[in-house]
Design a protein around this ligand. Structure first.
Ligand code: FAD
Length: 646
């Protein structure tokens, strides 16, 4: 079949919801409608700039499909800043237009950390400080991104990034306290998350073996519902398209209890496993056939964004991968402290609901409602976010390019922040500034920072991810095949899952297979064999240079092949695609396989990098070296406290 015929069969030419109009035509129209001195703009308190797409009544980023996440229009200015090595003079940004605005606090970054910092600073200050939050995206929330879809009259909600409130029992007093202040009662998710739906329909997980990697396309079900640690029945193992001796090794790996390092003490074993990749553990200690490695290669993508060649065997043992039953390993402090909580604390749009509730509490009138239930279907009024009458203003589509003390950092009374919005450099002033953006951008924003601090901030490399939401007309193919999720070790997307079955407020999960539903597809682009940071860099490069069309073709091809036996037709059944591309995804977490082990916690680069610099403080999850919502909140709290302490 020719390439073109194959594309037609996949439905590449079909009309689906995938075009990102607001980034192109829509913004141009919106801007021209709101000419420079429109009285309407004055009424909203932004008389200076003719660029105000948020004021367009049609401005509603969550409903955009196509390329989202770090969408086009959000990253170009920051990359120009990087390419000029922080020299704003060469960019025509040296003479910014003065907004004549001054604030108690300016926050760069409207993700959960920045929003939480604003919330907590207001609380600590005990008054109504004036706060400005700048973000380069067209929506707030950072990684906590809401994707909306329309199936006829029905609203379908998906998460474009931050998925769930993971293990709230481990949240700090401040982080859980903030959720409570927002009226989020995590216990209610026990009622909202239908934990029995898929098992009552006898749906389990399956593994899709693709012909490019395994010689043939085959879908093999597993025993039940698993996260990690594949678990095949003997019968299912026989269906896996790998060498016969590899099948035997897989059974041995899963079902026997062997101590593969019998001569070492538990502590020595731990130390050895920390410096051994899981791939090497399988090959050198368990001595499995190389085909077994192929089966597991991408099973760590979901958590680490790299394969088992770049994740330590110790990390894999902690996550429940097979091979460690007989090893009698000592438990770490974290493992001892871990609570056994189900993975159910999920709003239908992920933690975007937390960001939306923060905005509701910060900007009066921007988000209707009062409860954790009504936030789910509340429609944000984006025109209210940057309202001069509000004590907190959120200015989207605005990239900070320079953050500088007005004078000597030790004694200055103000910080000047230059940002680019609609191609125009503008300047605002604040008594304090919190940088809740990515760590690695800070050295470019604040060239005046001490060298070692800049070096520490530039240390980590964020993990690249693609979270793709696909709206399908029904999920009968899943029911017919008896599956709710697919792990695909060799394919473009390593995980395909039916959306979480959560119903709350006026939002109802499409519980019948006849209904339109969302699928979630995960890709972690990387380059096996390199050290993890280089893999992340390679993945990031891949992401920014991949067109939507390539993602779409892979979505259609993979779903068509994996689900064909269930009657799925990609040309007929796919209704919309939203690709959330995150070249700068998870915060860099220290990878024990590649990091020095003897570094005291106080000397970790994230700790050295987050030190206050005059009136500039640093929040964001990078500052903790952990990619979680609670760490983003904790760091926002710390930065707010540092201002109070000063
Ligand atoms: C795909 C994905 C899934 C995740 N899933 C989970 C999960 O299930 N549970 C969980 O607890 N955590 C999860 N995380 C981690 C969690 O999302 C983050 O730890 C947290 O949301 C980070 O918040 P933040 O505010 O520190 O950073 P961000 O969300 O990245 O926000 C920072 C904001 O600053 C902006 N910015 C950067 N530079 C500038 C500039 N110069 N000017 C203006 N703005 C700028 C950024 O574009 C961004 O919008 C996930 C992360 C990703 C990427």
């Amino acid at each position: 079949m020719s390439y073109r015929d194959h594309d037609r069969e996949l439905g590449m030419g079909r009309e689906i919801s995938r075009r990102d109009f607001l980034n192109g035509v829509g913004i141009a129209v919106g801007t021209s409608l709101l000419a420079a001195n429109s009285p309407w703009l004055h009424a909203f308190g932004i008389p200076q700039s003719p660029f105000a797409p948020e004021q367009d009544p049609g401005y509603y980023p969550p409903s955009k499909t196509g390329m989202r996440g770090s969408h086009d229009g959000s990253w170009e200015v920051a990359h120009e800043l990087r390419d000029s090595r922080g020299n704003t003079n060469t960019k025509g940004w040296a003479e910014p237009v003065d907004d004549n605005e001054s604030y108690d606090l300016i926050i760069v970054g409207g993700g959960i950390s920045g929003l939480a910092a604003a919330h907590l600073y207001r609380k600590l200050a005990g008054r109504q400080p004036r706060i400005l939050i700048l973000d380069n995206h067209d929506d707030f929330g950072g990684h906590a991104k809401r994707n909306e879809f329309q199936a006829g009259k029905r609203l379908l909600l998906g998460y474009g990034g931050t998925q769930s409130i993971e293990a709230p029992g481990n949240y700090s007093k401040q982080a859980i306290g903030l959720l409570r202040e927002l009226e989020i009662d995590v216990q209610r998710f026990h009622k909202y998350y239908d934990q029995k739906l898929f098992s009552s329909m006898h749906l389990c997980e399956a593994v899709f073996f693709d012909k490019e990697t395994f010689g043939t396309d085959r879908l093999v079900p597993q025993k039940g519902l698993h996260y990690f640690g594949l678990d095949f029945t003997l019968d299912n193992v026989s269906q896996i398209p790998i060498a016969e001796s590899a099948r035997k090794d897989l059974i041995r790996l899963q079902h026997t209890s062997v101590d593969y390092m019998p001569d070492l003490t538990p502590e020595q074993k731990r130390a050895k496993l920390v410096k051994t990749s899981y791939k090497d553990f399988l090959l050198q200690y368990v001595k499995v056939h190389p085909d077994v490695v192929k089966v597991f290669q991408t099973s760590t993508h979901d958590l680490f964004a790299v394969g088992i060649d770049a994740v330590s065997a110790r990390d894999c043992s902690r996550e429940g991968f097979p091979g460690f039953k007989g090893m009698r390993l000592p438990k770490s402090h974290e493992e001892n402290a871990e609570l056994d909580e189900p993975y159910i604390f999920h709003f239908p749009d992920g933690n975007a609901s937390i960001a939306r509730m923060l905005v509701r509490s910060l900007v009066p009138g921007a988000v209707p409602g009062h409860t954790m239930e009504d936030i789910v279907t509340a429609r944000v009024n984006y025109a209210r976010l940057d309202d001069a009458s509000s004590p907190v203003r959120i200015r989207l589509n605005s990239t900070a390019v320079k953050v500088k003390h007005a004078g000597d950092p030790a004694s200055a009374k103000e910080v000047e922040v230059t940002y680019v919005r609609g191609g125009q450099a503008r300047r605002v002033r604040g008594a304090n500034c919190i940088l809740a953006c990515y760590n690695m951008v800070i050295p470019y924003l604040c060239p005046e920072m001490p060298g070692p601090q800049k070096e520490a901030l530039a240390y980590g490399v964020k993990l690249p991810y693609v979270y793709t939401n696909v709206q399908i007309s029904n999920w009968k193919a899943f029911q017919k095949l008896g599956i709710s999720a697919i792990y695909a070790p060799g394919a473009y997307f390593t995980n395909i899952t039916l959306d979480f079955p959560v119903s709350m407020g006026d939002y109802h999960f499409p519980g019948s297979p006849d209904e339109s539903c969302l699928l979630h597809l995960l890709r972690a682009p990387c380059e096996p064999g390199l050290d993890c940071k280089d893999q992340y860099r390679a993945g990031r490069y891949e992401l920014v240079s991949t067109k939507f069309e390539t993602f779409e073709r892979n979505v259609r091809d993979q779903l068509g092949r994996a689900l064909s036996a269930g009657g799925f037709d990609p040309a007929r059944d796919i209704q919309a695609i939203t690709v959330n591309r995150w070249p700068h995804g998870y915060a860099y977490e220290y990878n024990e396989l590649f990091e020095p082990l003897d570094r005291p916690a106080s000397e970790r680069p994230c700790v050295l990098g987050r030190q206050p610099f005059g009136r500039i403080k640093i929040a964001n999850s990078d500052a903790d070296g952990h990619a979680y919502t609670n760490t983003a909140i904790d760091q926002g709290y710390r930065a707010a406290r540092e201002i109070m302490a000063a």
